[in-house]
Design a binder for this molecule. Structure first.
Ligand code: WT7
Length: 652
């Protein structure tokens, strides 16, 4: 954790209470209402969560709300039978939401499509019957590599409906990454697309999948969604293995009974980066995830029937799963889904979309806000944003300056901002203001959500004002673990403090009002534009290159991305560190992980600073890369390396 960050937030004491008008209409208003509910959720979680779950549909009621007999593998609503797709779609058909917009999709070229809950039901049923016809069964893993088209949201719901386990691979990942994930999850099916649009350019996807599954035995079928209104995406269809989605669903029945699933049946796997070179498949199950995303979406976004909710996240990440798809749909919300880049055809695209559909709630990442700030106020000013009533951020700490800009320029000083802290593993939002309750402070995710018992502790487990963020009690959507590696789950998240705390890997500070300020990762995970990248992943890519002897990758401050990556690379003897070699290494990272993982800088070095016991001194590398004073080097084996590194870096 960076001491400069602590200093900044320590001096941030502006507070912004919600307006009376917002409070008057909010689901929950006033600190007392929050406090009473919060207390109940902590003192009597079984009653609290049982009541929330009862707002949703269960084919059979649960026997037990929470089962902690196999700590830390908690189970929720055991014995209960439900289906998340049913709760997101079918449940809304009998009543006023039947013909309400569920998905409002906007393509990058400007084409659009609106699916009502009735439409969504029909499409999902046909898709489900189609998948069944090619042999997809309950428990099968289905890898999804799709752009932001409506079929992506539908693919999630369809898998959930039939009890297949979906695993979305963000469309920015490379063929090698898709392959690694497919092999790890032992997927039988892939759903992909021919292509999509990105900043006006065609993005070809199917060829990536072809490359990824070449020689991979587990894949039986590949379903290919054709991007509507676009005939430019050539792709090979391999007879017997690949099928067009439109042909698959064409003659299918519009009704497909839902699978009555156990609450603990697996819903999805989502791969995320950790401290080793291998991403982990984070598991979530039907019941607990459903209940938690439903309630957080309802209260954090104060969802009302008339809202138009616009979340800019890609469904390839957890935010898109929980708060573009499942959570809002479980609340019968109208969700705007946008395919393309925020700066196409111009820097005002998001604001144009807000105006076009009258979005009332807008949820995005700090990195995007910093880019908007840089592009200038004229872009939002060209559009009527008066429909907005609530703003949200997620993915990384937001700097107070960006928060204030969001508050003034986008929110016209009228909209509460919910800064939501959570992660892939938590499934849903954990620390957040409640918009009708919590006075917000720029840069703070404020208070724990219902049922979340959070603390800041030191390495000995003592509560402190600054230290490590830790969570005491399990909540319904806590991950059920790392796919195929139960030990890794225990070691990573429950290792210290006798298993009393879930440890998310973040540093935090708590202020005199009990507000949490999450300061960033304390492990070797870097948060680039709100996306997690493990430094070890890049390091293991570099050493695959024949010229590389050793490497160390660190996170550095980045004006827009929040954090960027700096790679220190030691070459084998007699190899010269040229610009061509840097390009080659960048290409290798793009091939092995994806273009988005490319570092800001590669620094060739003769050696890496190490302690006497041989550990690479990453803190020192960060100091060098960010041009700071050198800190303590007394344990360094060869202090001259530092001086030479510093020289090389500043010349760069
Ligand atoms: C990590 C989780 C949650 C969905 C997107 C990222 C960081 C997330 C905040 C926030 C400060 C945040 C943490 C966390 N993070 N939200 N509001 N304030 N930091 O999900 O890829 O699983 O990453 O993102 O470091 O551990 P993820």
């Amino acid at each position: 954790m960076d001491t400069q960050d602590i200093d900044v937030v320590l001096h941030e004491n502006r507070a912004f209470p919600p307006s009376q008008e917002f409070q008057d209409q909010a689901h929950i208003s006033g600190r007392e209402a929050y406090q009473a509910l919060y207390q109940k959720s902590i003192d009597d979680p079984d009653t609290f969560w049982g009541e929330v779950a009862s707002e949703l549909h269960w084919f059979k009621k649960w026997d037990q709300v929470m089962d902690n007999s196999e700590k830390p593998f908690f189970k929720w609503f055991t014995g209960g039978k439900t289906n998340l797709c049913y709760n997101c779609v079918d449940r809304h058909l009998d009543g006023p939401n039947r013909n309400k917009a569920a998905l409002i999709w906007e393509g990058e070229p400007g084409d659009s499509r609106v699916l009502t809950y009735f439409d969504l039901h029909r499409e999902v049923c046909k898709f489900a019957n189609g998948l069944k016809s090619i042999g997809v069964k309950k428990g099968d893993r289905v890898a999804i590599y799709l752009p932001m088209v409506p079929e992506l949201a539908m693919a999630l719901l369809t898998c959930a409906r039939i009890g297949a386990v979906h695993s979305v691979v963000f469309a920015g990942f490379s063929a090698d990454s898709i392959k690694d994930r497919i092999l790890d999850m032992d997927a039988k099916f892939v759903i992909t697309g021919d292509g999509s649009w990105r900043r006006g350019n065609p993005l070809h996807l199917k060829s990536m999948v072809d490359e990824a599954i070449e020689g991979v035995d587990c894949i039986e079928k590949v379903v290919v969604v054709k991007r509507e209104n676009s005939n430019v995406f050539d792709c090979d269809i391999q007879e017997g293995r690949d099928l067009w989605y439109h042909n698959l669903v064409k003659d299918q029945s519009q009704n497909c009974p839902v699978e009555k699933l156990d609450s603990e049946d697996m819903l999805f796997l989502l791969y995320t980066s950790g401290t080793t070179g291998k991403p982990k498949g984070i598991m979530h199950t039907q019941g607990g995830y459903m209940v938690y995303t439903y309630l957080t979406a309802k209260y954090v976004f104060d969802l009302k029937p008339e809202d138009v909710y616009f979340c800019t996240a890609d469904i390839g990440w957890i935010t898109g799963h929980s708060y573009l798809a499942y959570g809002p749909l479980a609340n019968a919300a109208s969700c705007v889904m946008y395919e393309g880049a925020p700066n196409y055809p111009d820097n005002g695209r998001f604001w144009e979309i807000v105006e076009k559909y009258g979005a009332t709630i807008f949820y995005t990442a700090p990195t995007a806000i910093r880019a908007f700030m840089k592009w200038g106020d004229q872009w939002p000013e060209r559009h009527d944003l008066s429909s907005l009533r609530l703003l949200g951020t997620v993915g990384e700490p937001i700097n107070p300056e960006a928060w204030m800009w969001y508050h003034k320029v986008i929110g016209a000083e009228q909209c509460p901002i919910v800064d939501t802290w959570w992660q892939t593993e938590t499934g849903g939002i954990m620390l957040t203001p409640l918009p009708g309750v919590t006075p917000t402070k720029p840069g703070s995710a404020t208070l724990p959500f219902f049922g979340v018992d959070a603390a800041v502790i030191n390495e000995d487990g003592e509560e402190k004002q600054a230290g490590l963020l830790a969570i005491r009690k399990p909540w319904p959507s806590i991950t059920r673990g790392v796919y195929g590696d139960p030990e890794r789950f225990k070691e990573t998240y429950w290792c210290n403090w006798d298993g009393k705390y879930y440890f998310p890997g973040d540093g935090a500070k708590i202020d005199d009002d009990g507000y949490f300020w999450v300061l960033g990762r304390v492990d070797d995970v870097v948060n680039v534009s709100g996306h997690r990248i493990g430094t070890a992943e890049l390091e293991s890519v570099y050493v695959e290159h024949p010229t590389v002897a050793e490497s160390a990758v660190v996170g550095i401050k980045h004006e827009i991305k929040g954090q960027g990556l700096a790679s220190f690379v030691t070459l084998r003897e007699d190899i010269e560190g040229t610009d061509e070699l840097k390009t080659e290494l960048d290409e290798l990272v793009a091939k092995k992980i994806g273009k988005f993982a490319k570092p800001e800088k590669i620094i060739f070095t003769l050696d890496l600073p190490k302690t006497r016991s041989g550990k690479i001194m990453r803190r020192l590398l960060r100091d060098i890369a960010e041009g700071r004073a050198l800190g303590n080097v007394t344990t360094l084996a060869d202090p001259s390396i530092v001086e030479s590194l510093k020289g090389q870096y500043s010349e760069d």
